[in-house]
Design a protein around this ligand. Structure first.
Ligand code: ADP
Ligand code: NI
Length: 221
């Protein structure tokens, strides 16, 4: 594929994704995709990964999300059809499909990504769940589900327990269930550096959060 064809394909992918995700307000809006794409390109450059594979996979990674489709398979078929219509490069199609079908968090239980490009895109997606933006996305997601911010009856020691499960999860619980674990799951050294900064910011945020909460408790007492 020539460079002009690549540029054109990326533009069309962007248009496709914008249409697919329009009106999606649960944290998968276009700007999430745009951030993941930019971060992926950034990491790809530092880690010498194939930029076009990373960019295309980043753009398409949430189109197949289970939450937006009848099933994961239906979502993946949609992306596969789109790719087949827009490139004859079978290697590229295979690489992108492999990445987006295997990169979800799944409680951290999925096997490690096989290719450097997969590792890059997964890192970029995970980085968007961290830091100031990650915090914002968590509260938006939680609010959309009708959940409360925090329940002080659940101490953070309780929240940190692996086996704590509740149908009434709070937004703060999500930090312990997922966000604070992501730093150690980063694949590439550069992404780990970025993750450490964002992780530190979340720790600081939680510290401030609990200190404010405590002040009110003291006043009420
Ligand atoms: P992605 O693969 O793009 O990170 P997810 O569907 O896993 O997408 O999550 C979208 C956003 O919503 C992320 O920022 C994630 O941390 C947040 N989120 C997912 N599940 C929860 C939850 N149970 N409570 C609060 N936030 C959540
Ligand atoms: Ni995503």
């Amino acid at each position: 594929m020539g460079e002009i064809e690549q540029v054109e394909m990326i533009k069309l992918a962007e248009r496709f994704v914008k249409e697919e995700l329009s009106g999606e307000a649960s944290g998968h809006d276009w700007w999430h995709i745009e951030r993941v794409r930019n971060t992926a390109l950034d990491i790809a450059e530092k880690e010498h990964a194939d930029a076009i594979v990373c960019e295309l996979a980043a753009l398409l990674h949430d189109v197949a999300d289970e939450k937006l489709n009848e099933s994961k398979e239906a979502g993946l078929d949609k992306v596969h059809s789109w790719l087949q219509e827009h490139t004859s490069d079978r290697g590229l199609i295979e690489q992108v499909m492999d990445i987006i079908s295997t990169m979800s968090f799944n409680g951290g239980q999925n096997p490690p990504m096989k290719t450097l490009e997969g590792q890059v895109v997964q890192d970029a997606d995970r980085l968007d769940a961290l830091g100031a933006i990650g915090i914002a996305r968590t509260f938006v997601y939680s609010g959309a589900k009708g959940r409360i911010i925090h329940d002080p009856g659940l101490s953070h020691e309780v929240l940190a327990q692996e086996d704590y499960r509740s149908s009434n999860k709070t937004a703060i619980y999500h930090f312990y269930e997922k966000l604070l674990k992501l730093k150690d799951l980063m694949n590439t050294p550069y992404a780990r550096e970025l993750a450490e900064q964002r992780h530190a910011f979340m720790e600081l945020y939680l510290q401030q959060f609990y200190s404010e909460w405590k002040v009110r408790e003291d006043q009420d007492a």
